[in-house]
Design a protein around this ligand. Structure first.
Ligand SMILES: [Zn+2]
Length: 304
């Protein structure tokens, strides 16, 4: 599958900016400390980060793929409409940000439908791309991909083949495939970007990894992924990473670094990193790949 992954014309593949639109208290680092029952009473700040990200995309003249939380789309439909009106791609980031591998298939299906409907109602078009909360589709709940296909989703961006305490699957698939049976309407799964180094998959393209690594290192990683591995770099960020607001919640030193470290420099770093890269959306890239990808009949056949 190597050859078709390169961009048409033989150049290095483009890059993709993905954004998970949620409040800071939905992030799983905070979820353990902030009860879901208190969400309703909290001041919402996502619009701050969304507006900064919209301005950044406008400045760079790029379209991004925004995975929007249904809970937020219901309460702030204006945010969804602003993103859609600016010409971006709209995806679904669940309804209530559950840890997917802690759900039953019925719970997963119900939350996913509710999220898709909330986002679709807000902007007038039903999303066909999905990302689970915190990349929580792992080996033990690969069945979630089959639910997404049954629900009519065309693209999934929930697999992260790295070692991480709460998500990921370092032995899982790291190249795109289609969950069949049919190519035309199968679920096209695009695992998150990793750099292969000494048989290990390293993450660098978003969240705390991107905020904490120096720009020259990030650029070198991106060059190796695009040039050597012939794969696109899928970047991922959240509105709360661009918002200077500091939640008054004690996470402990490590989680605090993961959640807050490097936030102040992110806007400039992201602008400099993306300025020189060719960019596309997840949907456009996926549909370009679709004719060339391997078909997988059942999730039981996946590695991991
Ligand atoms: Zn999220």
């Amino acid at each position: 599958v190597r050859e078709p992954l390169s961009a048409a014309g033989g150049g290095a593949p483009p890059c993709i900016l993905t954004l998970d639109v949620e409040e800071w208290f939905h992030a799983h680092n905070y979820a353990a400390k902030v009860d879901a029952a208190s969400w309703e009473g909290r001041a919402r700040r996502a619009h701050e980060g969304v507006d900064r990200l919209l301005a950044l995309c406008d400045e760079l003249r790029i379209a991004a793929t925004w995975f929007i939380l249904g809970w937020l789309a219901e309460r702030e439909p204006g945010i969804v409409r602003r993103i859609a009106a600016a010409g971006h791609e709209i995806g679904c980031h669940t309804y209530a940000h559950p840890v997917a591998y802690e759900q039953t298939p019925e719970q997963f299906r119900a939350d996913t439908r509710r999220g898709r409907d909330a986002v679709g109602t807000a902007c007038g078009r039903a999303p066909v791309a999905f990302r689970a909360a915190s990349f929580t589709i792992v080996r033990r709940n690969y069945w979630a991909l089959e639910v997404l296909r049954e629900e009519g989703f065309r693209i999934d961006s929930s697999l992260f083949p790295v070692r991480h305490p709460r998500y990921g699957n370092p032995r899982g698939p790291r190249e795109p495939f289609i969950l069949g049976p049919r190519r035309e309407d199968g679920l096209l799964v695009l695992p998150m970007t990793t750099l292969r180094v000494a048989r290990t998959n390293l993450a660098f393209s978003g969240g705390g990894y991107f905020r904490l690594l120096p720009l020259p290192v990030l650029r070198a990683c991106a060059r190796r992924v695009r040039g050597g591995q012939r794969e696109p770099v899928i970047f991922y960020f959240h509105p709360w990473e661009l918002d200077p607001y500091l939640p008054d919640v004690d996470l402990g030193a490590l989680q605090n670094l993961r959640s807050q470290g490097g936030k102040r420099d992110l806007h400039g770093k992201l602008t400099r990193a993306l300025a020189s890269l060719p960019m596309t959306t997840l949907g456009a890239w996926a549909e370009q790949l679709r004719p060339h990808l391997p078909l997988v009949a059942r999730t039981g056949d996946l590695p991991g």
